[in-house]
Design a protein around this ligand. Structure first.
Ligand SMILES: NC(=O)c1ccc[n+]([C@@H]2O[C@H](COP(=O)([O-])OP(=O)(O)OC[C@H]3O[C@@H](n4cnc5c(N)ncnc54)[C@H](O)[C@@H]3O)[C@@H](O)[C@H]2O)c1
Length: 264
């Protein structure tokens, strides 16, 4: 295999996805970066141009694949662009995700918000994985990729209850189940599927609740007593992707500073 392995990272425009793209580039991957805020190549958005430059700074190839992951009709052309540019797909990271625009008690969950959150976090990731997996199976049959993998970025909300954002919790529980299901289906072909479950990570997504979590974290909600950083999640993804957990497909790796520990 002469070329570097290629990774497609969704939602790579900022936050956790951006950190994942950079860490993978640092560790030898070419990067296809998707984001709904990206523009077509030729007139890139500023944050897209900056990511492009940083990825290339690691000697990696960069391709921007703009698009809305919730739009299933766009998945084929998205993967086709990756095929054209890199000729292979070794890793898909399903990171694109949205929180409810407004937190509301579960008794008042809005159906529109339910659909929006589910369509990106669960349905979009599921069907993109389905399409990518078909390509990975093709590659595996031809011996063209070694140890291909899919990683779902879910959330502790897959298990932790927040009745003020039920649709988010449901979407992440679905993403978690999708990781397990694809892991089972693809294991015999040597395609590994993992779930990475972040805790409270300092990004734009959590900017609106920063003061609240500052307080809760200082009071001990997070045993390690700090916010998670996008790089904490990125390093977990890289470790899984490069095969450090080769006999552990279906693994769920929580990156939450110890929130996985039940405490009294
Ligand atoms: N920040 C946290 O505390 C936290 C905790 C657990 C899980 N997560 C999950 O990690 C992932 C990344 O979160 P983040 O904190 O970096 O969020 P963020 O909002 O800072 O960044 C998300 C990125 O995804 C892009 N995006 C959103 N919808 C998209 C779509 N439909 N198609 C393509 N791109 C889209 C956005 O433009 C943005 O660049 C999400 O799936 C989120 O649910 C975050």
């Amino acid at each position: 295999m002469d070329r570097r392995p290629a990774a497609l990272v969704t939602g790579a425009g900022r936050g956790i996805g951006r950190a994942i793209a950079l860490d993978l580039a640092r560790n030898g991957y070419d990067i296809a970066a998707n984001d709904i805020t990206f523009e077509e190549p030729g007139r890139p958005a500023a944050h897209q141009a900056e990511l492009d430059q940083s990825v290339r700074g690691f000697g990696a190839g960069f391709l921007a694949v703009p698009g809305d992951i919730a739009d299933l009709g766009g998945h084929e052309s998205l993967l086709e662009a990756v095929r054209k540019r890199f000729g292979r797909l070794d890793l898909l990271v399903n990171n694109a995700g949205v929180a409810p625009l407004e937190r509301r008690d579960i008794l008042d969950t809005d159906p529109g918000s339910f659909d929006r959150v589910m369509n990106v976090n669960a349905r979009g990731a599921f069907f993109l994985t389905q399409r990518a997996a078909r390509w990975m199976l093709e590659q595996a049959r031809d011996g063209r990729a070694q140890g291909p993998a899919v990683i779902f970025i879910s959330s502790i909300s897959a298990e932790v209850s927040s009745p003020s954002r039920a649709e988010y919790c449901l979407s992440k529980a679905a993403a978690s189940a999708a990781a397990r299901l694809f892991a089972d289906r693809l294991a015999a072909a040597g395609i590994h599927v993992y779930e990475v479950r972040p805790g409270i990570i300092q990004t734009d997504m959590t900017a609106g609740v920063r003061d609240k979590y500052d307080r809760l974290i200082s009071e001990g909600l997070v045993p390690q007593r700090r916010w998670g950083r996008p790089e904490d999640v990125a390093r977990a993804v890289t470790a899984l992707a490069r095969g450090d957990f080769a006999f552990s497909t279906g693994l769920c790796l929580e990156v939450s500073g110890g929130m996985n520990i039940r405490r009294l």
